[in-house]
Write a protein that binds this ligand. Structure first.
Ligand SMILES: Nc1nc2c(c(=O)[nH]1)N[C@H]1C(S)=C(S)[C@@H](COP(=O)(O)OP(=O)(O)OC[C@H]3O[C@@H](n4cnc5c(=O)[nH]c(N)nc54)[C@H](O)[C@@H]3O)O[C@H]1N2
Ligand SMILES: Nc1nc2c(c(=O)[nH]1)N[C@H]1C(S)=C(S)[C@@H](COP(=O)(O)OP(=O)(O)OC[C@H]3O[C@@H](n4cnc5c(=O)[nH]c(N)nc54)[C@H](O)[C@@H]3O)O[C@H]1N2
Ligand code: SF4
Ligand SMILES: [Mo]
Length: 725
């Protein structure tokens, strides 16, 4: 490291946001190392280690581009333009659209903050949208955040486990349901390993024995999409045996309320009694004895800290499944107690998400008519509704801060048509993607290592929440790339919204945000490792004012859901795309297709990065050896993965832990890695490896609009030598 130095920083490439130290030598960013003095810095992953390669990748976008050929032409004819021209055009087109169709005819979208550094800017993006006056923001809420942030509002009036996070340091029992932090969130994985080492129990509900499932006291191998039946069965066992916190249930849930002369508690018990363990075994595939044993552990090892994620989000019955797990959790009495799911104190700051610009006069978000309790209620638009609104002309212009929609949403072909049909589409991104290719203007964005960002609290624990860090740019931006933050502020100013954006002065905006904390920007600049504010956790905060639900209690029975015609008690429905539901398709497509994330890539990104692609060169589909053998498939063979909507290719990986009827695919395969001479795959058409080409956004969850990505009928077959040419 001659001539080099280490800069305290954090990696925002994914949701983990690991504390790190960056080596900068001769003006270049060389390496990232874990920083154990940082509350999230125990380790960094392969993607973090590859960060310099991402920054210096030859295919980075370096200049604003304008399309010169019509959409649908094989080559967009990109032409380099200046920032002034790019932003001027964007502002003019948005103003024209808003003047003709109202601000709601302009949609906004972004990448999910869990898969990208848009987390640096997401509150400011939201501020821009609200100041502009559009209710329409699409950011995968229905696939990624609904079950952690918004669906739990109907049970707890709070975001559990999204904001009331698992207190892993003090948990007696950790319950991970459809969540694999070893791949998805390193900071949770390292704390869980430490918790298990000190004796905490671990329960993992997952169709695959993935990650920490191998270390778990109970691994419940659930059939994809039947989790609600499992949760109701566990709850049944807890109720039958008195394994629940009766004081909490009596004082803080609506168990004692009466509906049509019947007590909620009796109604819930009756609903759960529909799923005794033997019945649940037939539905979920989890042995009855394991259900009873796991319920006992939940009780005996409490307090319970839990987290649910993608495994529960992407289903036709997502909301009721989340409700079932949330109700189960309520019975443990572990909410907001040490070792449960806790809302840690936050460093005081001014919110900057633009909530002050909301008004009752504004029209509701797209989708509010069909799903009034869904994401639209909170100004989020589902992918399905965004495409529909673009196709029928209610949305005419779209501003996208990252996100690779056509690859990340199911119905890729419909997505392409929707984006092509827009009058105007601007995409800000690091790389040219199948989605950016459909834009009129593409804006080059910096990696987070070239830009500054303010992070107030790291959410995992009280210690982590107490840390405020101003991440410094390690190196100058490549080419003409600008940060999302800068683009938001510049665009706002050109749209005449300068007053809401400190006239484009980002520093002034940060100062406003920090004001209540008493911390100054100068202090943060002098301490790149961050400044800690001593905070003391308060527990059981509900005792002050009750829960933020209509009844002020935890709602085992939801009158809100009932009023909209949904089941007020958690309910199980067979996934609508499974072979058991689609008996008409089951002969031809007898297997169940689910999917999971890759350790080496974030979602549809990073296949071009040699340091990562070398470990995972090809798209994979996992299946049980007997499933493969029955079809003449051996490990490593290229196979055709078939659904009623088409076929895509992948290489067979054999996995003994799977149910022979279940296969697991990977989405996100499109990009080539030139350095390793590994191919790309077309997003559409016969040679595609794009899983979302053969999945649909419908039939979606009636409450949230979540797409059924994880329990679809399918089959696999060897891909003939001819097809490989
Ligand atoms: N390395 C890496 N990290 C990431 C990402 C990435 O792409 N790569 N993406 C980021 C994003 S955007 C997100 S949302 C998070 C997601 O993080 P996770 O939710 O942990 O991601 P997954 O691996 O997709 O799903 C978790 C588990 O759900 C299981 N599963 C699948 N179907 C079902 C089911 O029907 N029921 C149950 N109970 N389980 C099921 C899978 O086998 C998988 O092990 O990760 C973030 N972090
Ligand atoms: N079949 C299937 N489909 C899925 C999922 C699944 O598990 N299975 N997971 C779903 C989930 S949970 C999610 S969150 C979505 C994710 O969908 P997306 O949010 O679209 O995530 P990515 O595919 O990672 O694409 C991120 C895009 O943003 C760009 N980008 C990265 N960092 C930045 C940045 O800092 N600023 C800007 N402006 N751009 C940036 C990248 O280059 C890339 O083009 O996909 C969903 N789709
Ligand atoms: S898990 Fe990896 S990619 Fe995610 S923040 Fe940590 S180092 Fe970065
Ligand atoms: Mo996500």
């Amino acid at each position: 490291m001659v001539g080099g130095y280490l800069v305290p920083t954090f990696c925002p490439l994914c949701v983990s946001r690991c504390g790190a130290r960056a080596e900068v030598t001769d003006g270049a960013f060389r390496a990232l190392f874990p920083d154990p003095s940082h509350p999230t810095g125990q380790a960094i992953c392969v993607k973090g280690k590859a960060a310099p390669e991402i920054v210096y990748h030859p295919s980075r976008l370096l200049h604003p581009l304008r399309r010169t050929r019509p959409k649908g032409a094989p080559d967009p004819g990109w032409e380099r333009i200046t920032w002034d021209e790019a932003l001027g055009t964007v502002a003019a087109r948005l103003k024209t659209a808003a003047a003709a169709g109202g601000p709601e005819s302009v949609g906004f979208s972004s990448s999910s903050p869990s898969t990208s550094a848009i987390s640096d800017a997401v509150d400011w993006v939201r501020r821009l949208i609200r100041a502009f006056g559009s209710p329409n923001y699409s950011n995968y809420m229905e696939l990624c955040g609904w079950g952690r942030y918004l669906a739990p509002l109907y049970t707890f009036g709070a975001s559990v486990p999204g904001v009331y996070v698992p207190d892993l340091e003090n948990a007696g029992c950790i319950l991970f349901w459809g969540y694999n932090p070893s791949v998805a969130r390193l900071a949770h994985a390292t704390s869980t390993v430490a918790a298990v080492a000190r004796g905490a129990k671990l329960i993992v509900v997952d169709p695959r024995k993935a990650g920490l499932a191998a270390k778990a006291d109970h691994w419940l191998r659930v059939r994809p999409g039947t989790d609600a039946a499992l949760a109701l069965s566990l709850t049944h066992v807890m109720i039958e045996n008195g394994w629940y916190d009766s004081d909490f249930v009596r004082d803080w849930t609506n168990a004692a309320d009466e509906v049509d002369g019947e007590r909620v508690w009796a109604m819930l018990a009756a609903r759960c009694a529909e799923f005794p363990p033997e019945v649940a075994e037939g539905i979920t595939g989890v042995p009855a004895a394991d259900i009873v044993a796991a319920a006992k552990t939940l009780w005996e090892a409490r307090p319970v800290a839990f987290y649910t994620w993608s495994g529960l989000e992407q289903h036709s019955g997502a909301t009721q499944t989340i409700r079932a797990v949330n109700v189960l959790y309520a019975l443990t009495g572990s909410l907001d107690v040490p070792g449960g799911n806790v809302l840690f104190e936050a460093v005081p700051s001014n919110p900057v998400d633009g909530r002050e610009f909301l008004s009752d006069a504004r029209p509701p978000a797209m989708g509010a008519g069909q799903r009034p309790l869904g994401p639209a209620r909170y100004e989020f638009v589902t992918g399905e509704d965004l495409y529909t609104a673009a196709l029928d002309g209610r949305i005419k212009a779209l501003v996208s801060f990252g996100g690779n929609m056509v690859m990340a949403h199911a119905d890729s072909v419909r997505g392409r048509e929707a984006l092509r049909g827009l009058d105007f589409f601007v995409q800000a991104d690091l790389f040219m993607t199948p989605t950016a290719e459909l834009a009129d203007i593409v804006l080059p964005v910096t990696t987070p290592f070239e830009s500054e960002a303010l992070k107030i609290g790291f959410e995992y624990s009280q210690e982590a929440q107490s840390l405020v860090q101003l991440r410094q740019p390690l190196v100058a931006p490549r080419g003409e790339a600008r940060s999302d933050l800068q683009i938001v502020f510049d665009l706002a100013t050109r749209l005449g919204l300068g007053a809401a954006f400190w006239e484009g002065d980002i520093e002034a905006a940060f100062r406003h945000q920090l004001a209540p904390s008493g911390i100054t920007l100068e202090e943060l600049r002098a301490h790149p490792e961050g400044v800690r504010v001593p905070l003391v956790t308060r527990y059981r905060k509900y005792a002050d004012t009750g829960f933020a639900t209509p009844s002020r209690k935890v709602e085992l029975y939801s009158a809100t859901l009932a009023a909209h015609g949904y089941s007020p008690l958690p309910a199980f429905e067979e996934p609508r795309t499974s072979p058991r539901s689609r008996k008409d398709l089951a002969d031809r497509y007898p297997l169940v297709l689910s999917c999971a994330k890759s350790l080496f890539f974030c979602e549809t990104q990073h296949r071009q990065v040699a340091a990562l692609r070398k470990s995972a060169p090809d798209p994979q589909v996992e299946m049980h050896p007997s499933t493969a053998a029955a079809r003449g498939i051996t490990a490593g063979d290229w196979v055709s993965l078939d659904t009623p909507h088409g076929r895509v290719r992948a290489r067979a990986k054999l996995n003994h832990s799977l149910d022979p009827q279940v296969v697991f695919g990977q989405h996100g395969w499109w990009e080539a890695c030139d350095e390793l001479r590994l191919p790309g795959y077309p997003p559409y058409g016969p040679d595609s490896a794009n899983l979302n080409l053969v999945l649909r956004q419908t039939p979606s969850d009636p409450i949230s609009g979540s797409s059924p990505l994880r329990a679809s009928v399918c089959d696999v077959s060897p891909l003939g030598a001819a097809a490989l040419q």
